[in-house]
Design a protein around this ligand. Structure first.
Ligand code: GTP
Length: 196
């Protein structure tokens, strides 16, 4: 069966819940104590829209500064991006603009070439970032949409991934999805004993 493959990045500061969002979506699991992501990892997930198959290769990046060079070397060829901040941590929200700049620089793409969703995670906690500031950022940066999630409670997590795929499919021909592995993926797979 023919299928389309999209590369998705989850980016944002350390501790905002990137790994937790991916684990909630792929395994329906949540852990209170997580080990920070070292470098990068990915999961593949298959979706169907009518008789069409879509494979999302979802890359979970490390937010810690010391892994920044490794992290950004995997940005290339991305189609969709979840930029995550912690609703309870204003500093992680302030970092969003820097993550977007790094994304455009490393992918060589503009916002028109990508589907970018801004994600405020940990909605189960007290929100200390104002909704007004979030809306201003989403509108200034012309992001595709904004969603509030809780990886802990599973709130809107699946909806977020489904919505990202819908937007990628809607964008259709503007985004050239990859078939097979690109060079960056091959390098990662060879180093981690994975195959395409
Ligand atoms: P790095 O790998 O260092 O970049 O961190 P990360 O962004 O992947 O964060 P991670 O998923 O490891 O989560 C960090 C901490 O936040 C962990 O203790 C999680 O249990 C917690 N956490 C993640 N999502 C939520 C959430 O929705 N609500 C609450 N209350 N805690 C969360």
């Amino acid at each position: 069966m023919d299928y389309t493959k999209y590369k998705i990045l989850i980016i944002g500061d350390s501790n905002v819940g990137k790994t937790s969002l991916l684990l909630r979506h792929s395994d329906n699991k949540f852990t209170e104590k997580t080990a920070g992501t070292i470098g990068i990892d990915y999961r593949s997930k298959t979706y169907f829209r009518g008789d069409k198959r879509y494979d999302l290769q979802i890359w979970d990046t490390a937010g810690q500064e010391r892994f920044r060079n490794v992290t950004k070397s995997y940005f290339r060829d991305a189609h969709g991006v979840l930029v995550v901040f912690d609703l309870n941590d204003p500093l992680s929200f302030t970092s969003v603009r820097a993550w977007l700049e790094m994304l455009y620089l490393e992918t060589g793409k503009s916002k028109e070439d990508l589907v970018i969703i801004l994600v405020g995670n940990k909605s189960d906690l007290l929100c200390t970032v104002s909704l007004e500031d979030i809306q201003t950022l989403a509108s200034d940066a012309e992001l595709s949409s904004y969603i509030q999630t809780s990886a802990k409670e599973g709130t809107r997590v699946d909806e977020m991934f489904e919505s990202l795929l819908d937007k990628l499919v809607d964008k259709g021909s503007e985004i050239k999805a990859a078939e097979g592995c690109n060079l960056v993926e091959k390098k990662y797979n060879a180093a981690n004993g994975k195959c395409c």
